[in-house]
Design a protein around this ligand. Structure first.
Ligand code: PMP
Length: 290
């Protein structure tokens, strides 16, 4: 990734990909003071960029710093990069971080940098996985409670938990991890939200301790339009046996069925149902996937 073609937008300037460097005294590297966004594009079309950049600013606000650019500046900069490159399934990563001006713990006097980069990132699983589903492993790590961490922010520091959970799942032979919160409620996967289907009703955890994903919002919107009943509630592992279908939602993964969830004691199996398939089609159409 440090040798790609193309350009990066860094603090208002467009520079060659390989020139985008940070100093080792960067505050964010030491103390986790950074936030990011992930946006999808297809050819030169950007999807829901203003919503993503609004969340980007909100993420920084949760950490008590400010992204020093407006939503429209960020959207225009992204479109500029997108138009100058040749991306089929593009993935845009925006990052805002506290720089090297100050190295005390408080970032009160920090300088904030902002960067936008794009790379080619097709859907992460082959088409048959989008038909049959991924395998999930119950993580031993929990999503922190909202009084312990800025759980509704896309703060880079929180992704240490996602990385550890996902890595453990892979080491155990699974595709991804499912995380509970500190009150034993099902929260989400390592970088996507989760939905279940039971008796024709869509169910998704109430976002006590995790990011309210934009793909999750898309699914809720579409379900409403399609007349599919939806419940946001507290879902526990003990509810698993009555769930008929399960899927994940996220910018990078799209709508991804879950084939099974493995815990220490049980294996819960699911099959993509007609509601999952319908939502997948609507999502693929809206985001020009496949
Ligand atoms: N939860 C986490 C931890 C994530 O990283 C993501 C991906 N951004 C999501 C949920 C899904 O959010 P979105 O649909 O906005 O990509």
């Amino acid at each position: 990734f440090d040798q790609l073609e193309g350009n990066i937008w860094l603090d208002g300037k467009i520079i060659p990909w390989n020139s985008a460097k940070v100093h080792i005294m960067t505050h964010a590297l030491h103390y986790g003071t950074s936030v990011y966004e992930g946006i999808r594009s297809r050819n030169t079309t950007l999807f829901r960029a203003p919503l993503h950049y609004r969340r980007f600013q909100q993420s920084a606000a949760f950490l008590d710093f400010e992204v020093p650019y407006s939503i429209s500046t960020l959207v225009n900069a992204t479109q500029l990069l997108l138009d100058a490159g040749h991306y089929n399934f593009g993935y845009i990563r925006a990052l805002a971080w506290c720089g090297s001006k100050s190295m005390v713990v408080s970032h009160r006097n920090s300088n904030v940098h902002t960067a936008i980069m794009i790379w080619e990132r097709p859907m992460p699983y082959p088409p048959q996985i989008y038909q049959h589903g991924v395998t999930l492993h119950l993580a031993s790590w929990r999503r922190p409670c909202p009084s312990s961490a800025p759980v509704h922010s896309k703060a880079s520091g929180l992704y240490m938990i996602s990385a550890m959970a996902k890595r453990r799942a892979e080491l155990e032979g699974f595709d991804d991890a499912i995380l509970l919160d500190t009150k034993d409620r099902i929260a989400e996967a390592s970088s996507s939200n989760i939905f279940f289907v039971r008796e024709g009703t869509l169910q998704t955890p109430f976002p006590h301790s995790f990011l309210k994903g934009l793909t999750r919002a898309f699914v809720l919107e579409q379900a409403k339009e399609e007349g599919i009943p939806v419940i946001e509630n507290d879902i526990y592992m003990s509810d698993m046996p009555s769930m008929e279908a399960c899927f994940l939602t996220g910018t990078a993964v799209g709508i991804l069925p879950v084939a099974s969830v493995r815990t220490a004691e049980c294996l819960y199996q699911f099959k993509p149902d007609s509601i999952t398939k319908r939502l997948q089609i609507l999502h693929q159409k809206a985001f020009c996937i496949f």
